[in-house]
Design a protein around this ligand. Structure first.
Ligand code: HEC
Length: 134
């Protein structure tokens, strides 16, 4: 009798797992977590990646990178909000400031050490500092 119960128990387990492993279950379990979109694919339905949120604002770039030196005036960096510091600089013309911010100028490192920033993002940060230092 004990043996029969054992056999029934095992048979029950096998039957249960057979149900759980129905084809749909397996498909659901092995389905890819994300979808990939290769060039040439029709990816209209693919959700846009959350990280690619467009260019950073001048304020964001300033707060993440430029403030390290331009917040306190490290090594003679013109301070944000200091009109005297910035009017002298602005007199050179915005284009010159952009060029110096992007390419570097004395102790001012190229792109303010934001290697991943686009030229336009750096220009935005320059605009932000000039605008907020009048
Ligand atoms: C490591 C410190 C440091 C960081 C970070 C930094 N700067 Fe500067 N920056 C300086 C210094 C120092 C000067 C002054 C250079 C001089 O006049 O000799 C300067 C000058 C400038 C000038 C004036 C250039 C001129 O022609 O007078 C601009 C514009 C500028 N920085 C923009 C930026 C922007 C935009 C960022 C952030 C993306 C940034 N800087 C990040 C140190 C820094």
């Amino acid at each position: 009798m004990k043996k029969l119960f054992g056999i029934l128990f095992v048979a029950g387990l096998v039957a249960a797992s057979a149900v759980a492993n129905s084809e749909d279950d397996i498909k659901a379990r092995i389905a890819p977590v994300g979808t990939s979109c290769m060039s040439g694919d029709d990816c209209a339905a693919a959700p846009a990646p959350a990280a690619a949120a467009g260019p950073k604002s001048g304020k964001d770039v300033y707060s993440s990178f430029c403030t390290t030196c331009h917040g306190a005036g490290v090594m003679g960096a013109p301070k944000l909000g200091d009109a005297a510091d910035w009017t002298a600089r602005a007199g050179k013309g915005l284009e010159t400031l952009y060029t110096h911010a992007i390419g570097g100028f004395n102790a001012m490192p190229a792109k303010g050490m934001c290697a991943a920033c686009s030229d336009d993002e750096i220009k935005g940060a320059v605009d932000y500092m000039v605008e907020n230092s009048k």
